[in-house]
Design a protein around this ligand. Structure first.
Ligand code: G4P
Length: 285
């Protein structure tokens, strides 16, 4: 299968982000904790040069706790401030404020020495589509905050959300597009639903997912679908597993034939919604 991404307004989005990035001190980058590298666009490093950096491992509730910790360490070693969050429930959001103060310490200190006190850190949220940017802004900013409106020196139309005395957030997130040359990255984006499903072959996608689970999360499929564990000769009978899932879920088409496409849809949906449990699809090296 050839995984592709058709960006609608890639150039426009990039230009807007370049404009907005000039206005801020801190880039808050959301990644999907299940694929923290594949859900990043590496151009962000160039775009964010000389800015303070924070990575939020979002959807951490869907990812393997063990690897959440490992990924947090991985990015910390690269100089990022890192917080594991679940923007949907709000878990982890409370730690962000402290982390912002910590990562922007130099700026705050520099301001203080110049006699500038209480100049808030200005931040922008960025990430690829569907990573949870809007959910994050809504949960993090909550209802308590007020929009500060336009200010002199700020491009007309920009809205800043004042979270507290120390932090303001641009209300429009920066949208990056996924970027990949290798098909593995494309496949991982497809697993989490960040590709248009219409251009995918669901059965091939499900088979890849089943292979991955059989290799790294043994027993997960058997548990979910109430199947006995069986081992094929080569130990990786993904098609046999998809067939058995189809049978157990009564995915039959009119002619009593197994409808593998439907069975595939069930497996992929169950993964995306967390029904297969907390699963991480790529591991730090
Ligand atoms: P975007 O702005 O970056 O494009 O993403 P958006 O906030 O629209 O979120 C995309 C989907 O991810 C939404 O689901 C949202 O609820 C879900 N989501 C965001 N953050 C988290 C998280 O930390 N954990 C989990 N489990 N889900 C998260 P949806 O199905 O499109 O909408 P809804 O049915 O949840 O409302």
């Amino acid at each position: 299968m050839n995984y592709q991404w058709y960006p609608g307004h890639m150039t426009k989005a990039k230009r807007m982000m370049q404009e907005n990035i000039k206005l801020i001190d801190l880039v808050i980058e959301l990644v999907d904790a299940r694929i923290p590298l594949s859900s990043r666009n590496p151009d962000i490093d160039e775009l964010s040069k000389n800015k303070f950096r924070m990575i939020l491992l979002n959807k951490s509730d869907l990812a393997d706790t063990r690897y959440n910790k490992e990924w947090a360490e991985y990015f910390k070693e690269k100089g990022f401030s890192v917080v594991e969050v679940n923007s949907k429930s709000g878990a982890g959001l409370k730690s962000i404020q402290g982390a912002v103060q910590e990562v922007c310490r130099d700026k705050i200190e520099r301001d203080r020495k110049r006699g500038i006190v209480n100049r808030p850190v200005r931040a922008m949220v960025v990430g690829i589509p569907n990573v949870g940017k809007s959910t994050f802004i809504n949960s993090f900013a909550g209802k308590a905050c007020a929009k500060t409106g336009n200010k002199p020196g700020v491009t007309k139309g920009k809205q800043w959300i004042r979270l507290n005395k120390g932090l303001e957030l641009l209300d429009t997130p920066g949208i990056l597009w996924p970027k990949f040359e290798d098909q593995k990255t494309g496949m991982r984006l497809a697993f989490i639903g960040s590709m248009n499903d219409d251009i995918l072959h669901m059965d091939e996608l499900a088979l890849e997912l089943i292979r991955f689970l059989q290799r790294h999360y043994a027993g997960v499929l058997e548990n979910r679908y109430g199947l006995e564990e069986t081992v094929a000769e080569d130990g990786k009978d993904a098609l046999g597993m998809l067939n058995r899932i189809g049978e157990s879920r009564h995915c039959y088409s009119k002619g009593e034939e197994l409808d593998l496409e439907r069975a595939a849809g069930i497996v992929v949906d169950d993964f995306r919604s967390g029904k297969l449990g907390r699963i991480t699809l790529e591991f730090p090296v």
